[in-house]
Design a protein around this ligand. Structure first.
Ligand code: HEM
Length: 272
């Protein structure tokens, strides 16, 4: 049953407007892509995510089709889930590299060894071992998503705990990521070397100890995409600049869907 408010506050009106304009923007992109096929400028909808959605939307068999509202919703989910999280990870990674310039130097050396002054390549990205360790350590200390939500489908007994059906569980990855029993007394310190032998060794084969992308069937579908995106941005910046933290920076992590630096991360760039 859909619920409609009889009286709308100023915030409700504003939020409806924003939703409508978001929908209109996505719809304009969708229509532009469709137009290309209709006018014969393109033979198909494209090989990216939007192309895949449009193929299903226009499937010859009506039973397989998804509605235009589904297409728009999927685009909104991927845009929001993919943008906020990755920008949060990039910000924290650069904060940590601006403070720990020894690791910045190690990461830069690796980038130069693999790519020189050239653009990062798809084959080279999985070989960025130091960058991977740094990204994992940033994800551990400043995990962008600080709550994973699950609903209990039936009564369950787990050890001394009983969970009734329909209960909502909020799992806090940050509490696990900074737990000294799991990570040791230096759990609060930035030490990418923890991940030198991979995540399984760092967590002593406890997959629940490190949950930046969640776990199980609903684990983040953009995990590899995000990892590559951050590695590309990191490589391009490291190839061009050295950087340190500005004295204007005030540490104030703010939890607003993701955890972000409230006032941004101010860094001082020095051209190489
Ligand atoms: C650093 C970047 C990212 C982080 C930390 C992150 C984190 C997460 C987490 C914690 C979940 C919930 C998993 C669970 O409940 O077990 C999730 C789900 C999801 N993420 Fe990401 N994500 C990131 C980037 C992306 C990107 C780039 C995309 C898309 C391009 C994306 C798309 C999604 C989607 C669609 C879901 C829902 C999956 C489902 O319910 O089946 N994420 N993400």
């Amino acid at each position: 049953m859909s619920r409609r408010k009889i009286w709308k506050s100023q915030d409700d009106i504003e939020s409806d407007k924003i939703e409508q304009s978001l929908r209109d923007s996505v719809l304009a992109i969708v229509r532009k892509r469709e137009e290309k096929v209709i006018t014969g400028q393109a033979h198909n909808f494209g090989s990216d995510f939007l192309g895949s959605l449009l193929r299903v939307h226009h499937d010859a068999d009506k039973k397989n089709r998804i509605s235009i509202d589904d297409v728009i919703d999927e685009c909104k989910v991927f845009f929001l889930a993919g943008h906020e999280t990755t920008s949060s990870l990039l910000s924290w990674t650069f904060l940590l590299l601006a403070i720990h310039t020894d690791w910045q130097e190690k990461a830069r050396n690796e980038v130069f060894e693999l790519f020189g002054q050239e653009k990062p390549t798809a084959e080279g990205l999985p070989r960025l071992k130091i960058a991977n360790m740094i990204i994992n350590e940033a994800l551990r200390l400043y995990t962008p998503a600080i709550s994973l939500v699950r609903r209990v489908t039936k009564n369950v007994k787990l050890g001394k705990y009983e969970f009734p059906a329909n209960m909502e569980l909020h799992i806090p990855p940050l509490a696990l990521h900074r737990n000294q029993d799991i990570w040791g007394k230096d759990a609060h310190l930035f030490k990418p070397e923890r991940f030198s032998e991979g995540v399984a060794t760092a967590t002593r084969n406890n997959p629940m100890a490190f949950l930046p992308f969640g776990f199980g069937p609903r684990t983040c579908v953009g995990l590899n995409f995000a990892n590559n995106e951050v590695k590309i941005a990191m490589s391009i910046i490291l190839q061009r600049y050295k950087f340190t933290l500005s004295s204007n920076y005030v540490h104030s992590p703010l939890s607003l869907i993701t955890v972000r630096p409230q006032n941004g991360v101010q860094i001082m760039l020095q051209t190489l």
